[in-house]
Design a protein around this ligand. Structure first.
Ligand SMILES: [Ca+2]
Length: 254
């Protein structure tokens, strides 16, 4: 039941005393609003070296792009062959990994030229990707996250993600922030903050209303894409077919 977890979250909201003990909840404030290409079907988003990097999906529209934050302008891009549906991206040193949805191929590109250096096999679906400094973290739409050695893209571990003891599925775009794994929950306005050691959802970020602040380019326009500027501690979020990307700060909920 795909919405089972949502019922759990809402029940937590309705019981704040218990929720405060079990799962923290955060709201948000918008700090900055930037342009974002409304045609971009955002599947992977990171901020590194002063730029946004975005992987997009849809066959025939999939690409990896380096983007200027302030203008949303694409500075550099590499398109995927039209048979591939691009998914999550992550940078490991001078290499960028880009997932495909169901083609089981992971492209490895040079950070500077975006030229393909290598390709790996991913036995699962490819959804989101993050980097904890030692392993890549892969989501596949289930409640399970894979830990992967970037050398050869070899799975070395698994994290089962739960909220109040129940599996939390539909984990999508990922970001590793201050020792936590943050995950968009597909087709919702929620981001889960996950303890990598236990898989327990420590907190839920509720971004309800953010989509109302931008133009949406299709019926598939949902929140997706988390990027963290660790140096300046800035948090960026956007969505598929959203006309804007937002810098937000979290607010505590009672
Ligand atoms: Ca990300």
């Amino acid at each position: 039941m795909p919405w089972r977890w949502l019922a759990l979250v809402l029940s937590l909201c309705a019981a704040p005393m218990f929720a405060a003990e079990a799962t923290r909840f955060y709201g948000y404030e918008v700090v900055n609003t930037y342009p974002h290409e409304i045609t971009a079907f955002t599947q992977g988003l990171i901020y590194r070296d002063g730029y946004l990097w975005e992987g997009t999906g849809k066959r025939g529209q999939s690409r990896l792009a380096r983007i200027e934050l302030e203008t949303g302008q694409v500075l550099q891009q590499e398109r995927l062959p039209s048979r591939y549906f691009g998914e999550g991206i992550e940078m490991v040193e001078d290499r960028i990994y880009q997932l495909t949805w169901r083609s089981h191929i992971v492209f490895v590109r040079d950070r500077d030229s975006l030229e393909q250096l290598d390709a790996h096999y991913n036995p699962r679906e490819g959804w989101g990707l993050a980097w904890d400094g030692e392993h890549l973290i892969l989501s596949d739409g289930s409640s399970s996250l894979q830990l992967i050695d970037p050398e050869g893209f070899v799975p070395v571990g698994e994290i089962e993600v739960t909220i109040r003891g129940e599996p939390l599925a539909n984990l999508n775009e990922l970001e590793y922030i201050d020792g936590e794994i943050w995950a968009n929950i597909w087709q919702t306005d929620f981001i889960a903050r996950i303890d990598p050691a236990s898989g327990v959802v420590l907190a839920v970020v509720d971004l309800t209303g953010l989509a109302d602040r931008t133009e949406l380019g299709s019926s598939e326009a949902v929140l997706n894409g988390i990027a963290w500027d660790g140096e300046n501690r800035r948090l960026f979020v956007t969505g598929k077919h959203w006309a804007n990307l937002f810098e937000i700060e979290l607010t505590e909920r009672e």
